[in-house]
Design a protein around this ligand. Structure first.
Ligand SMILES: Cc1cc2nc3c(=O)[nH]c(=O)nc-3n(C[C@H](O)[C@H](O)[C@H](O)COP(=O)(O)OP(=O)(O)OC[C@H]3O[C@@H](n4cnc5c(N)ncnc54)[C@H](O)[C@@H]3O)c2cc1C
Length: 494
């Protein structure tokens, strides 16, 4: 959020001379007159997302925090009005997706800000409003000794949004978050309120899971939880060629409950060394401390992370810190909830001239070495600043129609720092397409909530059910009321 404020200030300082509104926000991103510097326009009827590169005009934007019945009434009313006016509607939560996946062009944008959470310890579930954030969930579950089963590595995101991108985390050995949803209620484009689960309206449940808000507007959800536990980490450094086998063994070890990996990012030795971090329960599980937020270690790590920008020495220093100093200083006991209670802002770049762009690729264990080779050939040769890759496990997902894990996968979450210029944007698009080509060649997939740089044929290769998804959506939503950029640019073309 801070990013947008800074950019708004930039608008005031730089002015928009020579910056015409017609045809804006489509092909080329707007720039300051006579420069290559991208502008992020702001205003009540312009929505953007975490990239700062998705400024899109909307008809109106409402933030809703109503209770159940009022919320449903408002959704129905807004859907009917959007349908009558022939414009789209779409819901968002934190809008951390990076390519307008939560923005309806010239339409009605709803932002959910609800937070009610009720625990059912006997059923090991909680019922929550669709707009609740993971920070709300952890705050409600932690005092009762519970923890979210699967969520992203940060706590800012909305619950229905997490299901709608079918996000995954680093607790093991789980599949994406959709697999932990017992049931949900959503308002369909027809205005009907339906309950969906793996056994009730399962077709809608599987379309909505990773369905990017194109199937219905989710109102509330019942989600599985697990015990919060005290954990202790182990750190192993190895050549990257050993990683897939060692990671697989760790996932198969029932004592391991959380696991991730990292690869080194210095250009000279790019991705040659790997770190595997696994967490196991300690013997003493009594008197767990309350979930902490970002500690001093996380803030210090964030500074070192940023110092890597254009600085090979700091990239090497960070690798030493991650593999040697960090484990020595901060490798002690910690609770599961403290590990996942991390806000995105800790890593904020505090730089108005750059933006953080994420990529994510999913490859089978057998394809991991080929994936690493592809990255070594494509990434260091680009103009982009590559800061980090984290490796996670995602179990096979046979539920979501737009599944990115048709087999068990290693997920590689990548973080780039991109200059806010047209040149950098064009280079990033080229880089992304080159990487996706290589990933789909080896049977992998890329993740859809990030920048919309892929070609349509790349999306259909990575997601073989994309056409079936689009047909099912058209049958449910013949007026195409629920739309966002993922539909406009990709799925709506099928
Ligand atoms: C710093 C960072 C870290 C991340 N880490 C991870 C990670 O560890 N694992 C991972 O898998 N992903 C990760 N992501 C990606 C993240 O999961 C997605 O960007 C997700 O969309 C973020 O949630 P949000 O609340 O910002 O969603 P939004 O961008 O607001 O919405 C996402 C989608 O959900 C739909 N939606 C939202 N609410 C509803 C509703 N009530 N009904 C129907 N549809 C709805 C929207 O229409 C949109 O299509 C990360 C992203 C960032 C920026």
């Amino acid at each position: 959020m801070k990013r947008f404020t800074r950019r708004a200030a930039l608008l005031g300082a730089g002015g928009l001379a020579g910056w015409g509104l017609s045809g804006l926000f489509r092909a080329d991103l707007p720039t300051y007159a006579g420069t290559d510097r991208i502008v992020a326009p702001t205003g009540d009827t312009i929505l953007n997302d975490a990239s700062g590169l998705s400024a899109t005009p909307v008809h109106k934007h409402l933030t809703l925090a109503e209770g159940d019945q009022t919320l449903i009434d408002v959704i129905r009313r807004e859907m009917a009005q959007a349908r009558a006016a022939g414009h789209p509607l779409n819901v968002g939560a934190a809008r951390h997706s990076m390519g307008g996946q939560a923005i309806p062009r010239e339409g009605t944008a709803l932002t959910f800000a609800n937070a009610g959470i009720e625990l059912d310890s006997a059923a090991q579930t909680y019922r929550a409003h669709a707009g609740a954030r993971w920070s709300d969930v952890i705050a409600a579950l932690d005092p009762a000794g519970w923890s979210p089963k699967v969520m992203q590595s940060n706590n800012d995101f909305g619950l229905a949004a997490t299901y709608s991108v079918n996000a995954h985390g680093w607790p093991v050995p789980f599949g994406p978050m959709g697999s932990t949803v017992r049931s949900l209620r959503m308002v369909l484009p027809s205005g009907d309120l339906v309950t969906c689960s793996a056994s009730e309206n399962a077709d809608l449940f599987n379309l909505g899971m990773g369905g990017y808000g194109l199937i219905g507007v989710i109102v509330d959800m019942e989600i599985e939880m697990t015990r919060n536990t005290r954990l202790v980490p182990s750190f192993e450094v190895m050549p990257t060629t050993d990683y897939a086998a060692r990671f697989k063994a760790a996932i198969q070890d029932p004592a391991v409950t959380m696991a991730y990996g990292r690869l080194n990012v210095e250009r000279e030795t790019f991705f040659q060394n790997a770190l595997l971090v696994t967490y196991r329960e300690t013997e003493d599980q009594s008197d767990l401390p309350a979930a902490a937020g970002s500690g001093w270690m996380a803030h210090a790590a964030s500074r070192i992370y940023r110092a890597q920008l254009g600085n090979e020495t700091f990239k090497a220093f960070r690798w030493w810190n991650e593999t040697t100093l960090g484990p020595a200083l901060g490798g002690g006991e910690v609770t599961r909830n403290s590990l996942i209670n991390e806000p995105v802002v800790t890593l904020d770049d505090r730089n108005p001239d750059r933006t953080d762009i994420l990529h994510e690729y999913f490859v089978g264990f057998d394809a991991f070495d080929s994936f690493v080779e592809a990255c070594q050939q494509v990434i260091p040769a680009s103009y982009q600043e590559f800061l980090n890759v984290t490796l996670r496990y995602v179990a096979q997902d046979d539920q979501a129609v737009l599944s990115f894990a048709q087999v068990p996968r290693i997920a590689a979450v990548m973080s780039f720092s991109q200059e806010l210029t047209q040149r950098a944007e064009a280079d990033h698009k080229r880089l992304t397409r080159a990487l996706i080509d290589r990933v789909v060649e080896i049977g992998g997939a890329y993740y859809l909530p990030y920048r919309p740089h892929a070609r349509l044929d790349q999306l259909t290769r990575a997601y073989p059910s994309a056409s079936a998804f689009a047909q099912a959506k058209r049958a449910l939503d013949p007026n195409l009321v629920l739309r966002n950029n993922l539909w406009d640019q990709y799925l709506g073309q099928l």
